[in-house]
Design a protein around this ligand. Structure first.
Ligand code: TMP
Length: 253
């Protein structure tokens, strides 16, 4: 096979030039990192699970009219996506207090928030992705006011979609992070959900037991990360060797 041109290597994914202009191949690695890569491990199978799960969420978003960069899955570890210019922000939506918000504000983990709260962090590993306000974003020109309006509405739509999908399989969407990209169609630009949506970038708790089914299992040494992600994939019917059964009409008594 011809060698592909590597465009970028991140902590969990490698990006290669795609087969056509304007496309990129996203390769999902098994590497897991936390605390700005202070903690590292290789978790066999994580890349495959995140590739399938991210495909599932991005396709679902597309079906309800939320634009994403996703084009198609190529194989168990790779997907083809539209090339876009990533806005240097991590957009976090929180439904329940957890993680850094609990620490920062002294709110017990698991406390339901009065409404979804959207936060922005400036994407810069050297600075540890600091929390920023819309004032910083506007003043430093990372995104325009129109972009910010669109980003907020995308983030809340992703939150409603993901919360519903998870609720249907007995999982609470505590919080998540997305990244937003700009794609250009001629002179016009539009914003799309980019990067990935997976248990690496969400907090997912079993509704009944509170069991953590996300990257906190790795961050906090709570057990097997593969088991946790497999459980999410199994409930959603996207386990690699367990395709969802074909649906047929059933009689309801
Ligand atoms: P936090 O509570 O640590 O700020 O994390 C909020 C959400 O963002 C949580 O779902 C995990 C996700 N996240 C990432 O996807 N990447 C990161 O680098 C961090 C710090 C959090």
């Amino acid at each position: 096979m011809a060698r592909r041109k590597k465009i970028y290597e991140g902590k969990a994914k490698t990006l290669y030039e795609g087969p056509e202009p304007g496309t990129i191949v996203q390769y999902f690695k098994d590497d897991a990192t936390a605390f700005n890569a202070e903690k590292k491990d290789v978790i066999e199978g994580k890349g495959v699970l995140n590739n399938l799960l991210s495909e599932y969420f991005m396709k679902g978003l597309g079906q309800i009219g939320v634009p994403t960069h996703f084009l198609k899955r190529l194989n168990m570890r790779e997907q083809l996506v539209r090339s876009c210019e990533i806005i240097p922000l991590e957009v976090i939506v929180r439904n329940y207090a957890a993680g850094s918000m609990s620490k920062r504000l002294g709110i017990d983990e698991g406390t339901q928030l009065p409404r979804p709260i959207v936060e922005y962090c400036y994407k810069d590993d050297a600075l540890g992705d600091p929390l920023v306000t819309e004032e910083h974003i506007a003043a430093f020109g990372w995104a325009s006011q129109q972009d910010m309006d669109d980003i907020l509405s995308l983030a809340l739509r992703v939150n409603d979609f993901m919360s519903g999908v998870m609720l249907a399989v007995g999982i609470r969407l505590v919080d998540f992070k997305i990244e937003i990209g700009r794609v250009y169609d001629g002179d016009f630009q539009r914003l799309v959900v980019a990067d990935e949506i997976s248990p690496d970038s969400c907090r997912l708790w079993d509704i009944e037991t509170g069991e953590k089914l996300d990257k906190d299992v790795f961050r906090r040494d709570l057990g097997s990360l593969t088991d946790a992600y497999s459980e999410v994939a199994r409930r959603l019917g996207v386990m690699p060797n367990n395709p969802p059964a074909p649906s047929k009409p059933t009689l309801v008594n």
